[in-house]
Write a protein that binds this ligand. Sequence first.
Ligand code: SF4
Length: 168
Amino acid sequence: MPNTPAPTPQKKLRVGWFTFSCCEDSTVIFTELMNDRWQTWKKLIDFRHARVLQSNNVLDHMDVAFIEGALNTPSHVEKAKEIRKLATMVVAIGACACTGLPSTQRNTFTPEQQEAIKPLVEKFDFLPKGQKLAEAITVDAMVPGCPMDEKKFLAILDLALKKFGIVA
Ligand code: SF4
């Protein structure tokens, strides 16, 4: 009897979800969206890196990297650049990643306020100014909102599933 060829595993969208300086409310929205979508997403998405979902994460090639939060330290900038190298598409998630605010509110402080926070800026090795994501790397798409607009997030995810040939 001839061997039946093993079914080709379905191609999945390789996704990373990353968080820098922020309150992580968009991550909360993202996990809330899974209440109704997990069964579908697990067939379509390979979460390469998403600390909120799993303890085993790898930093390798991603079709899409979703990045939440602003960049406040040199190590944030370095990590964002590393993610950029590995991801075909980078999506800024939420106002902090898209515009810097509110996480980079210290940029707007008066000289007296800057002086008052100087010990903390030094202690935590902060950059002189916090940065939105696009100040460090090229951003391909943005999901605005504080927290993120979930309809826009879902629209970009749908777009990515089509763009990378996961769904027709
Ligand atoms: S955009 Fe708003 S909800 Fe998102 S991390 Fe920043 S402060 Fe939090």
